[in-house]
Design a protein around this ligand. Sequence first.
Ligand code: SF4
Length: 480
Amino acid sequence: MARTQIEAARDGTITDAMERVAERENRDPEFVREQVAEGQAVIPANVNHDALDPMIIGREFATKVNANIGNSETTSDLETELEKLHTAVHYGADTVMDLGTGSDLDEIREAHIEHSPVPIGTVPLYEAVKQAGSPEAITPELLLEIIEKQARQGVDYMTIHAGILAEHLPLTDGRKTGIVSRGGSIMASWMEEHGEQNPLFQVYDEICEIFAEHDVTFSLGDSLRPGSLADACDEAQYAELDTLGELTRRAWEYDVQVMVEGPGHVPMHKVAENVERQQAVCDGAPFYVLGPLVTDVAPGYDHITSAIGAAMAAQAGAAMLCYVTPKEHLGLPDEEDVRDGLAAYRIAAHAGDVGNERPGARDWDDALSEARYEFDWRRQFALALDPDRARDYHDQTLPEDNYKDARFCSMCGAEFCSMRIDQDAREDGEMASLTDGRDGTDLESSPAAEVNRPPVGTHDSDGLSAVGDEPTGVEQPGDD
Ligand code: SF4
């Protein structure tokens, strides 16, 4: 019996997970199977993650968004950590990475997996550093021990920083911001101290065997991603990418699924180049990007600087976007930051899907536009990406219930509402009606129905709801 989704796909088997994914994406199950078999898409689905509702990550499917959560040295209780998971899923995260570095890591990770309907990702290197006491004290054996334990616990995908090699380190010497990846800096420090090759690279085949047994998906870390526009697309970044391409093919030999992580900070005119190069070097393995931030000058607004780059990356073929919050580079995000970050990234993902003319993607836009033109305020709120935000903003100036039927809002006012003027003119017969005979967009039966709406709360499970209906969590910075 096949152990992994890619092994089954290569054998010609359409698994239950592939059927479910096809249903969610309104695609043919055979197409899903082909994409997984060819490594062009992944279904992160550890065989031990019972609560999972399978999803797919690949450039031919709806663009996905990841949110990071996790405890730190100062915050560590189980209920708070489950609330963080609830917050992320409530605001629309398609996957969640647990980047915890505090105490009770096993208990919290197991609870996340038990309760989460979305795939859970981790960076096992962090637990290794915590257990060893310092980056230099890590051993290859310890790394394997922790990776195997997390695989048994049911982690669906793991960031493995195996692509940064000793010979890459001198290439970073002239950089403006050095090595900004947490995992990358740890591996570089280890190699400098021991004078040996990257330990994750040393034991890569053993990691593949563990991943094959539990169907853990690789998320190959980009340890040398640029941390500033000045360092984008430099020799160090692209040398590591070449290694990630080789590691992708090696994992495929073990029937292990792979996606590849990407930058970082990249100016707009080089975003597409990054995606196209990764797709070529890694033979089409899904690209999972952090941003990229398209300018360095806006701390406090980096959910915007990075969502611009993320939208461009999505249109160019990136498959999943790791969100960035307004607190990036500045501090630990709170719940409102998580909400703003996820909203920015869901906009980027959807804009990319519309730009790529994904089946049914624009139906959501058309349905909302029709509600807007018809002054159906309640439907407009319900269809909004963040319904509560839309309603709150409207009600700040026109809170009374009768304004929910008004043919204007406070932006232009009743007299100058252009849509009202336009409609009156059409009803007066001065213009041909564009609305006569219009059927309206039936979003319920659209191919976009499952993957594009409702905007929030889609994945709320009974288990998660039990944690608390009001999301209150915080998460950690996006740097993994
Ligand atoms: S008042 Fe202006 S913003 Fe408000 S509904 Fe009319 S056209 Fe739109």
